[in-house]
Design a protein around this ligand. Structure first.
Ligand code: ADP
Ligand code: MG
Length: 236
């Protein structure tokens, strides 16, 4: 492995609200950066409701982030390399595995990684899991939908990120349908105080990608969401 850039960047993907597309962004941004030639590790730091593994087919992996957080020596065996080249540390779907997890070990996990980018999937809300993701990152990426509840929660996430002194890379506006009732881009940027660096449309290929366990950027060259994920990777 030859690093293209000599500093590893750890990016936390946050939203406040659940279901807005964090995991989708983590999977596809990781894949798009990998496609550009970077070494990328996607980590499922959503320990209570993990689902990054579904996007790559590692939802039933033998070693999960839960195991690694309990015993960091397991890290070397818990990084799964997807056929696309994306490295993935999935979570465990077993509820029992959450018991005894020491989330503070995430620092050791990240410092044990050798990648150009570490992309952290985060839990919804602003509880311990999301705050840990924020505390270990170099920069945060905010995912939101063009709707008031999602924007309000994103604003809370932004305020917390600012409070702990984290750089906010920008806003990813997801599930854009172009309806007249959507909040406008200008209004969103004004409300959140950060630029929209990618605008991902509502796209049925997201579901197809999930079904085939292959990120969209490797699946359909003509999907509009795919083009936007690639633009997001360029922006990052
Ligand atoms: P979160 O991680 O923020 O909870 P997910 O990434 O799991 O959100 O997305 C929630 C659901 O919405 C998933 O079923 C996902 O496939 C779907 N989804 C996300 N983004 C899009 C999109 N741009 N177009 C269509 N479906 C999407
Ligand atoms: Mg998620």
């Amino acid at each position: 492995y030859i690093s293209i850039i000599d500093i590893m960047r750890t990016i936390s993907v946050l939203s406040g609200k659940g279901g807005v597309g964090k995991t989708t962004v983590v999977a596809n941004l990781s894949a798009a950066l990998t496609k550009l030639g970077f070494d990328v590790t996607a980590v499922d730091l959503n320990l209570t409701t993990p689902n990054l593994g579904f996007y790559f087919g590692y939802h039933l992996a033998d070693i999960s982030l839960h195991d690694i957080l309990k015993n960091v020596d397991k890290l070397k065996d818990g990084i799964y390399i997807h056929p696309t080249g994306v490295k993935v540390i999935p979570g465990s779907l077993s509820v029992e595995d959450v018991v005894g997890v020491d989330i503070s070990n995430i620092n050791k996990v990240i410092s044990g990684l050798k990648s150009d980018f570490v992309i952290l999937d985060s839990a919804a809300g602003l509880g311990k899991e999301a705050l840990t993701s924020l505390s270990v990152c170099d920069e945060a990426l905010i995912v939101t939908n063009p709707e008031i509840p999602s924007l309000a929660d994103s604003l809370r996430a932004i305020k917390v990120a600012e409070k702990v002194g984290k750089e906010i890379r920008g806003v990813v506006l997801n599930r854009v349908k172009g309806n007249r009732n959507e909040v406008s881009e200008e209004e969103i940027e004004r409300m959140l105080g950060y630029p929209i660096i990618a605008k991902i449309p509502e796209d049925k290929w997201i579901a197809k990608s999930l079904e085939s366990k292959v990120p969209l950027v490797y699946l359909n060259p003509n999907s509009r969401a795919r083009i936007e994920f690639q633009n997001l990777a360029y922006a990052i």
